[in-house]
Design a protein around this ligand. Sequence first.
Ligand SMILES: Cc1cc2nc3c(=O)[nH]c(=O)nc-3n(C[C@H](O)[C@H](O)[C@H](O)COP(=O)(O)OP(=O)(O)OC[C@H]3O[C@@H](n4cnc5c(N)ncnc54)[C@H](O)[C@@H]3O)c2cc1C
Length: 398
Amino acid sequence: MPPTPQRDFSAPTIVIGAGPHGLAAAALLKRFDVPTVILERSDRVGASWAQRYDHLRLHTTPGTSKLPGLPVPRQAGPWVSRDDYVRYLESYAAHHRLNVRLTTPVLRIQRAEPGSGPRWLVHTPNGPAPTDAVVVATGRCHAPHVPHWPGRSAYTGTLLHSARYRSPAPYRGQHVLVVGTGNSGTEIAAVLAGAGAARVQISVRTPPNILPRASARWHAVGRLTEALPLAWRDRSSLLTQRVAVPDLTSRGLPRPRTGLYTRNAREGVNPVLDHGFVNAVRSGRVEPVPAVQAFDGPDVVLADGTLLRPDTVIAATGYRTNLHDLVGSLGVLDEDGFPLVAGAETHPEAPRLYFAGYTNPLTGVLRQAGIEARAIAHAVRREKARPTLLAPRRHAPS
Ligand SMILES: Cc1cc2nc3c(=O)[nH]c(=O)nc-3n(C[C@H](O)[C@H](O)[C@H](O)COP(=O)(O)OP(=O)(O)OC[C@H]3O[C@@H](n4cnc5c(N)ncnc54)[C@H](O)[C@@H]3O)c2cc1C
């Protein structure tokens, strides 16, 4: 009788994406002696960070933004700049001697033929790469999303997503409308107002929860309260905002009705960590206006019927995961395109297909990178130690 073949673990585990999540996963897999290769579509490590706006600083602390096994250098200061974080990611890949294949976009992941050995085929322009385990880490901020506002395609002003905004210089002397009050929208609005824009308005659909930037340092306290009911934590967060953030209602920005914990749990939204926005609104340099409802030729129509005619609209309206091309046929995504499972957990129909970086915890996505990477590396190691018997091949290898 031919021997029953065992699953072949010799092909390296494939990690897709050389951002913080992919790098952390690869580093921990390496620590467990799991041969791993990172496939990265761009020509550098940390490409998403390198493409973000020039004045971007992390709103999480160095301690909660470091990846496993390498601290963020002290010289980067308490609020790490974009360039310092890109340098950190590059040195992280070098420090752990990670095997990164640049300019290698993954087009699709496909189940391999049952009984053929490897479980997955990872398709790149160079052909399919067989592997038994895949970690998808292509980023939850993958594809810029601009809502399909009526009249948008015929709008005659300039409309761009915040992902295409680089610096305030081109907007000097302009009337700019920023849409969206997340961390990007509020920061961009405040910087534009302080850097020579003639008029800056910010369109608010839901008043954000705002905390002083320094509160990022209190995340450990936040974790201590995790066991308390959501309503209690919300109440305490609204109280903190009352004490720490001036009331901007008279300026057009009322206090939020929903606490930050509920908004995070329901909508995956994190609070704004203020570094300049509150003062800019208070002093009238940034004017809150109602939500955008439509476009009409050169005009932006707001929810209260007001017409605005800005030179530029910057839509800080979030991102989509865009996982459909990669794994859309595998039945592992929810209706919003997020993986149904994350971290060490895998979908019953997709064993050893891991997703890293698709949650938005209040304690920070970067802090989560280490947590998920550790869990995935343990899971892969466990699976490796427990080889699965395959159904016999039709023609057993001689
Ligand atoms: C403006 C902004 C500021 C942020 N600031 C913070 C912060 O201060 N603190 C914090 O905790 N979080 C922050 N985040 C959220 C989050 O930490 C970052 O988005 C972070 O980059 C996520 O890391 P990632 O590895 O999941 O994704 P990414 O950094 O986006 O990395 C994904 C990588 O996958 C590659 N890739 C994508 N598709 C493919 C493919 N098909 N084949 C091969 N490679 C592919 C990309 O080129 C990229 O290199 C911020 C997000 C934004 C947008």
